[in-house]
Design a protein around this ligand. Structure first.
Ligand code: AMP
Ligand code: MN
Ligand code: MN
Ligand code: MN
Length: 281
């Protein structure tokens, strides 16, 4: 990466389901050679001020971001907003209302995990691990089940219990795609479809999603992310070109032990793409 601009435009702090403080992430990004860094907590803006101050102190270019949860049919899709106004009251309100159901969902997940794993303190365990009581996520349950010895990794907990069709999975109605893009635009941001290779759509449904996203004014898709294989990088590079979408790059870093990829440690974008960060700095 030494000869290329190192943008990392996707990661999480303990304000959502990461484990590090925003300021610690900023320092880690700089240590790892990141030139332009975005914090994109799930459905939360609470870490952005600390991240911005830390970046101002150490001289790192910062992009305030968010990763909005979206329901598309029976799947959850993520839309990253980049360059948002971090104090935007309407966006904050939309996200808060959308997350009101998280606590009831967490109780339902805990009840189901009690039945299927025998772990009887999953709600207390997940809330203890959550840095933000308003945002108990599946990741916190996964970490608690690893602590309890039910599985040896969080990835295994997801595979066995926390993904659609598995016993601990509880559906939730997140934002619509239209709402997420609108909220991000209203807050002055660019909308980027996160890790498209992670979803389980048919080829036709995927094309429809991409077309709908572009027609709503969505500006970019993640091409290089830790969730993608090398084949996915090529596939989504081609899709970015054919849909006229900008390309983004982000580690989706959550936690030093769990994450497949550390901040800034990703291959560069394939050639012939228009990077989303040209619109950001
Ligand atoms: P939630 O918003 O509570 O549904 O939690 C979503 C988070 O769970 C994602 O942002 C990921 O960090 C994590 N996650 C989802 N699926 C998996 C998986 N298969 N393996 C590991 N982590 C996952
Ligand atoms: Mn996450
Ligand atoms: Mn995501
Ligand atoms: Mn993410």
């Amino acid at each position: 990466m030494s000869d290329a601009f190192n943008a990392d435009l996707h990661c999480h702090s303990l304000v959502s389901d990461g484990t590090l403080e925003p300021a610690a992430l900023a320092r880690r990004a700089q240590r790892n050679g990141v030139d332009l860094w975005a914090l994109t907590d799930h459905d939360e803006l609470g870490g952005l001020q600390q991240a911005a101050s830390a970046c101002a102190e150490i001289g790192l270019d910062f992009v305030p971001g968010v990763e909005v949860s979206v329901s598309v049919g029976d799947q959850t899709v993520h839309v990253v907003g980049l360059g948002i106004d971090s104090g935007h009251a309407a966006l904050r309100g939309h996200l808060q209302r959308m997350c009101e159901g998280r606590d009831a969902r967490a109780h339902a997940i805990a009840a189901s995990l009690r039945e299927h794993t025998g772990v009887d303190d999953a709600y207390a365990g997940a809330s203890r691990l959550a840095g933000n009581p308003a945002l108990i996520s599946r990741t916190h349950f996964a970490r608690h089940l690893v602590e309890r010895g039910v599985c040896s990794s969080t990835a295994e907990v997801f595979t066995r219990f926390l993904t659609p069709g598995k016993p601990g999975y509880v559906e939730h109605a997140w934002a619509s795609l239209e709402q997420a893009v609108q909220w991000i635009h209203d807050a002055g941001g660019l909308a980027v479809l996160a890790h498209p290779g992670r979803y389980r759509f048919s080829a036709q449904a995927e094309q429809q999603l991409l077309a709908r996203f572009r027609d709503l004014g969505g500006q970019g898709i993640e091409v290089v992310t830790a969730s993608h294989s090398a084949a996915d990088w090529r596939k989504y590079a081609q899709i970015a070109r054919s849909f006229g979408l900008r390309a983004s790059r982000g580690s989706d870093f959550h936690c030093p032990r769990e994450s497949r990829c550390d901040l800034g440690q990703l291959p560069r974008l394939p050639d012939g793409l228009r990077p989303i960060w040209e619109l950001l700095h």
